[in-house]
Write a protein that binds this ligand. Structure first.
Ligand SMILES: Nc1ncnc2c1ncn2[C@@H]1O[C@H](COP(=O)(O)OP(=O)(O)OP(=O)(O)O)[C@@H](O)[C@H]1O
Ligand SMILES: [Mg+2]
Length: 404
């Protein structure tokens, strides 16, 4: 395989979906005696790419595009329906939150279990044990059953174990998006350390800027197909075009292609202005201003400014743009600022990554885009037992409750 760490050759993965589950009782009765209806679903189709030894590859794509499936195939957890994957070196993978943990065992027991699955002896694990626990920050909880852990704690433990067993190839599914910022930073530092050691890393992320910052290559998947395997900038650009439905910019009628767009306007600064300058967060319900400073390098007509708040796993919680808000912008010249005002933010406690961008209304061409560039922090000071991202006003009515 020369200098290759992973070679993926015409890999396809098909799942059989039992359509029965969704049918009505009547439909099922009518079908009695016949074979249950099974639908074939191709989660991956003819994927071909190679990963050089020592490279870091970012895997990006929409939800459901097949990223996790591909990572599981590389990690040997799923077998491709067609095609082959060859890899060289010991693989440690951190796939889904909590995957590989046994809920009834304690954190301590799970560390030994996991490390042994990843090929570490008991003695090796003993030698690293304290470091693993310390990195995960779980000293106080290590003798608790992991089913009592939060998903952040699971993830921290999983990441810590997977990166402590000296793998030659590390597969990571989207953990950099979970957990608090301090921990994300630690994970990133560790990944950078792996890079310096010349290990091979494949990781899934929604944070396109991360791909640009730390990857050697990017792979973009869309509906199970590989759309780009190239440099991080190529990957990020394709991904954004897919994500925002732009990209029918095919160079016909003399339009510039995605590859060589001239820079016409640049986002200069993004500032989240909280209602109280001494408090860098909002309480659920408070207003918020988002300032987007720009500099037009030439007069720009037809610009639309976009903001989007994401949940930590990358889903858009709220997206809006100047056009959607009924504003047609006059020609932009020189530098200036556009301020979005959110009157009330009914979101639950959390950190919400913020994307800002500018595109042309008619052609859809992206003029500048900063993916998950800033963030908005929401903190509930009063006790709020709801969970998720949106805070809906809910009550419960017990007048028809029967307790006799
Ligand atoms: N075990 C399975 N059985 C049936 N369908 C599956 C299975 N695993 C995944 N799929 C389907 O395959 C497609 C790809 O899923 P996958 O989890 O790989 O996507 P993803 O790119 O990781 O998405 P996300 O960004 O939401 O994590 C989805 O449509 C999913 O529903
Ligand atoms: Mg996934």
């Amino acid at each position: 395989m020369g200098d290759l760490a992973i070679k993926i050759h015409e890999v396809s993965k098909m799942f059989r979906l039992n359509v029965e589950r969704h049918s009505t009782l009547k439909e099922r009765v009518v079908r009695i005696g016949r074979r249950p209806p099974i639908e074939e679903f191709w989660a991956l189709r003819d994927i071909d790419f190679e990963v050089e030894s020592g490279h870091t590859v970012g895997l990006i794509g929409h939800n459901g595009s097949g990223k996790s499936t591909l990572l599981k195939c590389i990690g040997g957890i799923l077998r491709p329906t067609k095609g082959q994957i060859r890899s060289r070196g010991r693989i440690a993978s951190l796939l889904e939150v909590g995957a590989g943990f046994h809920p009834d065992l304690t954190g301590r027991e799970n560390i030994y279990l996991n490390a042994s699955i990843l090929g570490f002896s008991r003695k090796d694990t003993e030698a690293r044990f304290d470091d693993i626990v310390a990195f995960a920050g779980l000293e106080r909880f290590i003798d608790q059953q992991v089913k009592r852990y939060s998903s952040g704690m699971y993830m921290r433990l999983g990441f810590s174990v997977a990166t402590s067993v000296d793998p030659e190839i590390l597969l990571v599914d989207e953990v950099l998006a979970v957990g608090d910022e301090a921990f994300q930073r630690k994970c990133l530092d560790r990944i950078l350390g792996f890079q310096r050691d010349g290990r091979t890393i494949v990781f899934v992320t929604h944070a396109a800027d991360q791909v640009r910052q730390i990857c050697d290559r990017a792979v973009v998947l869309d509906k199970g197909k590989l759309v780009t395997w190239g440099t991080p900038s190529e990957g990020v650009r394709t991904f954004r075009e897919l994500l925002y439905g732009f990209g029918d910019d095919d160079g016909a009628d003399g339009a510039v292609t995605a590859g060589d767009r001239r820079e016409r306007v640049r986002i200069r600064a993004v500032q989240v202005e909280y209602p109280d300058p001494d408090r860098p967060f909002i309480r659920n319900g408070e207003p918020l201003n988002i300032h987007v400073g720009y500099e037009a390098l030439e007069p720009v007509d037809d610009a639309v400014f976009v903001i989007a708040l994401h949940s930590v796993d990358g889903h858009v919680v709220f997206g809006q743009n100047t056009w959607g808000l009924g504003e047609r912008l006059p020609t932009l010249r020189g530098s200036g600022e556009v301020t979005f005002r959110v009157e009330s933010t009914h979101m639950l406690e959390g950190t919400y990554p913020l994307t800002v961008g500018i595109h042309e209304k008619e052609s859809g061409a992206i003029l500048d885009w900063r993916e998950q560039y800033e963030h908005v922090d929401v903190i509930n000071l009063e006790e709020n037992h709801a969970w998720g991202v949106a805070d809906l006003e809910a009550t419960v009515d017990l007048t028809k409750l029967n307790s006799r």
